[in-house]
Design a protein around this ligand. Sequence first.
Ligand code: IPM
Ligand code: MG
Length: 353
Amino acid sequence: MEALIVLLPGDGIGPEVIAGARRVLERVAGRFGHRFDFREEMIGGGAIDAVGEPLPESAIVSCKAADAVLLGAVGGPKWSDPNAKIRPEQGLLELRSTLGVYANIRPVTIYPELAGASPLKPEILAGVDLLVVRELTGGIYFGEKSRDDRSASDLCTYTVEEIERIVRVAARTASKRRGKLCSVDKANVLETSRLWRDVTDRLVASEFPGIELETLLVDAAAMHLLSRPAEFDVIVTENMFGDILTDEASMLAGSLGMLPSASIGDGKAGLYEPIHGSAPDIAGAGLANPCAAIASAAMLLRHSLGLDAEAAAVEKAIADAVGDGARTADIAAEGETPLSTAAMTDEIIRRLS
Ligand code: IPM
Ligand code: MG
């Protein structure tokens, strides 16, 4: 098949991990007889420096025309003045919103060989296989904001339609897995959460009677994720709670550097990004873990291009490399010599059959 893939390397370690993911995609194209055309565009702090805005028009045009978009990371200390009018993160939020990718899918896969990299006990981690479906284009992230000398406000709004469509994605996903859905809200305090709970209960009962639905308050969910993570299958939640809970869940896998994400909407184009940030402290040093970006490329192959076998081959290559002891610094145990970003990528490519 032929596909146009737009690459948005962004800031910090973004360019390094995206270079690795691109090499993997090129190898997939060669192995499986596809033609992928790549177009690189700017986003984030680098784009602010170059053209004065975090998401230039040309990037928007390219992303809308693409079959899929693969993004590295945005942000860094250079652009993080809280009073700045223009911030790198605005580019990412505008992109998600413009592409209409309201469902952010964040699978948490545990590589058994990395159990030692997690701060949690191995017996708590045994059998963990969960996936968070985070609402991505609504809620407090996108509500009206105001600020004056004495106060500030961020409005959190959800409509019935926004809740229904994300819960449908989550319930459909759960029905292809272990059939368990956990909806996370703060219905004891927030009106938006009470609506979220009503809509979820009604929709799951009427459209997905085979799904086992559990409801948790977000504070309790944060605790249960650490005390009984293996019991979760699919978790669905609003934008802000999903942001926080997925950073927490990444510690189950041992490193933020392992976890990919896919953001999809009703159209075919999707946005794929590692869940980690730009890690400015190690940027440019060749130390970053490319696994999350490469696993995001696998999700791209599956969700936007429909290439299931190719996606599975990439995921197996990552698992095999890790299984054979390939480690970047974030997942290396004491005494192990860590690989560079490029060398880790080579180990994965070598195992891609
Ligand atoms: C994420 C990130 C972003 C978010 C930031 C960079 C705006 O933390 O993708 O989880 O909050 O959504
Ligand atoms: Mg986050």
